[in-house]
Design a protein around this ligand. Structure first.
Ligand code: SAM
Length: 208
C-alpha cells in the first residue's frame, strides 16, 4: 500500500479499535431494509456475494445464515479482525483487506452480487472512483447485481471524520448505464444509534 492508503487504513483501524459497534454512526442491528431491497427470488439460489467494505456489518451474519459464499473485504484490518471474532472461521468466506480504489487481487473468483453500503461515497477523487468501477467490472459476472447504498444529495457531507461524495440517482446512473439496468431505487432515512437522520439513496442494478 502507498502512504495515502496507509493513512486511510490507519484512520479506519483507529475507529474500529476505539469504538464499540453500537456507537458507530452507520451501525444497524436490523439489516432487513437492505436484505428486503432485493426483489423476491433474487437471493434464492446459491451465490457468491462480495461485500465491498464489510466493516462489522450484521448483514454478514444474515447472508451467512442464508447460505451464501461471501467475500468480505475492508480496508481496515481491525474491522475484519472484529468481524472474524464475531462470526468465527467459516469455510464459505474469503477474507480480503484491500483498498477498493486500487486494483483488487487477480485470484478472486467472479461474483454474482456486489453489495456496497456506505463505502463508495468515501471515494472523492475521480481516479479513485474510476478504479473502484474497474474492479466492479472485472469481478462481477454478466447478469450479476450491484447494490449501491450511499449518502444521498440531502445526506450528510461528512461521516467518520471524512468528507463524502453524495449521490443523486442521476449520478449513479451516469456511472452505471448503459452497461447495467436500473432494477429499483429508493430513498431511505437511516437513523443512527444516536438518533440522527442519515438519508441514503439505495439503487439496485443488473449487468446486461
Ligand atoms: C461507513 S462504514 C460502513 C460499513 C458497512 N458497509 C456497514 O454498512 O456497516 C465504511 C466502511 O468502508 C471501509 N472503507 C472505507 N474506505 C475503503 C476503501 N477505499 N476500500 C475498502 N474499504 C473501505 C471502512 O473501513 C468501513 O468499514
Amino acid at each position: 500500500m502507498n502512504a495515502s492508503n496507509i493513512d486511510k487504513q490507519a484512520h479506519w483501524d483507529h475507529i474500529f479499535s476505539d469504538k464499540p459497534d453500537e456507537s458507530l454512526g452507520w451501525y444497524e442491528r436490523d439489516v432487513s431494509y437492505t436484505l428486503d431491497f432485493f426483489p423476491p427470488g433474487l437471493l434464492d439460489k446459491p451465490q457468491t456475494i462480495f461485500i465491498v467494505g464489510a466493516g462489522t456489518s450484521q448483514l454478514v451474519d444474515g447472508l451467512l445464515a442464508m447460505g451464501y459464499r461471501l467475500i468480505l473485504n475492508d480496508i481496515s484490518e481491525a474491522a475484519l479482525a472484529r468481524l472474524r471474532e464475531r462470526i468465527g472461521e467459516q469455510k464459505d468466506i474469503i477474507w480480503l483487506a484491500a483498498d477498493l480504489s486500487h486494483p483488487l487481487p487477480n485470484e478472486l473468483p467472479a461474483v454474482d452480487i456486489w453489495i456496497d453500503r456506505a463505502v463508495l461515497h468515501f471515494l472523492i477523487d475521480n481516479q479513485a472512483i474510476d478504479n473502484y468501477f474497474v474492479n466492479l467490472y472485472r469481478l462481477l459476472k454478466m447478469n450479476g447485481y450491484v447494490l449501491l447504498a450511499e449518502f444521498s444529495e440531502s445526506g450528510a457531507e461528512r461521516c467518520a471524520g471524512l468528507p463524502v461524495r453524495r449521490y443523486s440517482l442521476d449520478d449513479m446512473n451516469q456511472r452505471m448505464l448503459p452497461d447495467f439496468a436500473l432494477i429499483k431505487h429508493a430513498h431511505y432515512d437511516y437513523i443512527t444509534p444516536a438518533g440522527g437522520q442519515r438519508p441514503y439513496l439505495y439503487a439496485l442494478y443488473q449487468r446486461s
